[in-house]
Design a protein around this ligand. Structure first.
Ligand SMILES: Cc1ncc(C[n+]2csc(CCOP(=O)(O)OP(=O)(O)O)c2C)c(N)n1
Length: 311
């Protein structure tokens, strides 16, 4: 098999793990992982520089899931990449950060896979997210810290710090005022080590975005002084990679990648608000798996418990 033959099953494995975890919990947000999985896959597989065996390597690229309600996506990525766990003192524990059994306990009390990412609860989470806008705002501080560390410690003949910061955000993050302030500061500080990926699926919790949010986000960011590029189809892995290369070759400005995606891609509720925050149900998951060409067994047979967190 070539790496191209493996790409689609890899993306669909991420989607399937997310659907199964959410189905087992009977709670969660399946729509966003289904839509944005190809972008997450391309970023983590081809661009994000990190060492799963040394999850706190100081010069690792940082990934922030600002749309924290889609946490199943992050748990699936951490599981599939085999990122190792560390304790609060940053000692490597010799076990994965997220096992399949952890995914099976998604959203249960004490689970390593809570409803939203919690810093220092699950290894691989760089900052707590869930309040929309918070993750993108924090990513600006992280990018400033990266440039400060580089200025302080790098030598002409030896680079210690040159990490990049990626944040993935949805329509809800872009609606929050804090994102505007942070975006303005990022451009002013010329944070070329910062890349925001805007998952534009035009659906939020209350319905389609056209009922509350019609501004031109790309134009808004150009006004701030960002480098802005667009991916017309989240499933086009080459276009996603081209956009990420655009970020990598930019030396003056932060980059915004506007990605047009389909919430709930492949499920019976694709492109509808129903895909945002309700599990697809046994039949919905089966139907999505058939569409994706994945085995139908899975979440329906996982342990079923009652959900303990919402939002
Ligand atoms: C500041 C804040 N307000 C409200 C919420 C509740 N909330 C969780 S997800 C969501 C909608 C997010 O929409 P979007 O970013 O488009 O996510 P998608 O529908 O693509 O999953 C809201 C309002 C929140 N998490 N944070």
């Amino acid at each position: 098999m070539s790496s191209n033959d493996l790409e689609t099953p890899s993306v669909n494995t991420i989607r399937t793990l997310c659907m199964d975890a959410i189905l087992a919990a009977n709670s969660g947000h399946p729509g966003t992982p289904m839509g944005i999985a190809p972008v997450a896959y391309t970023l983590w597989q081809r661009f994000l520089r990190f060492d799963p065996a040394d999850p706190i390597w100081p010069n690792r690229d940082r990934f922030v899931l600002s749309e924290g309600h889609a946490s199943a996506l992050l748990w699936s990525l951490l599981h599939l990449t085999g990122v190792q766990a560390v304790d609060p003192d940053y000692e490597v524990l010799g076990r994965p950060a997220v096992t399949l059994d952890d995914l099976r306990t998604f959203r249960q009390l004490g689970s390593r896979c809570p409803g939203h990412p919690e810093y220092r609860w699950t290894s691989g989470v760089e900052t707590t997210t869930g309040r929309l806008g918070q993750g993108v705002a924090t990513s600006v501080g992280t990018a400033i810290a990266g440039l400060w560390l580089a200025a302080r410690y790098n030598r002409d003949d030896f680079t210690v710090f040159d990490f990049d910061v990626y944040a993935m955000a949805g329509d809800g993050c872009m609606m929050e005022g804090i994102s505007s302030e942070a975006a303005s500061l990022a451009a002013h500080q010329r944070l070329s080590n910062l890349c925001w990926i805007y998952d534009s699926n035009r659906v939020t919790i209350e319905g389609h975005t056209d009922i509350a949010f019609t501004e031109d986000v790309a134009a808004w960011f150009i006004g701030y002084g960002w480098n802005v590029t667009t991916v017309a189809d989240a499933n086009d892995l080459d276009a996603v990679a081209r956009a990420l290369h655009t970020f990598k070759s930019e030396n003056e400005r932060p980059t915004l990648i506007v990605v047009h995606s389909h919430i709930g891609y492949g499920s019976p509720v694709e492109d509808t608000p129903k895909a945002h925050g309700a599990p697809f149900g046994v039949e919905g998951v089966k139907s999505a798996k058939r569409f994706l060409g994945m085995p139908e067994l899975g979440g329906a047979t996982w342990r079923r418990t009652s959900p303990c967190s919402s939002g």
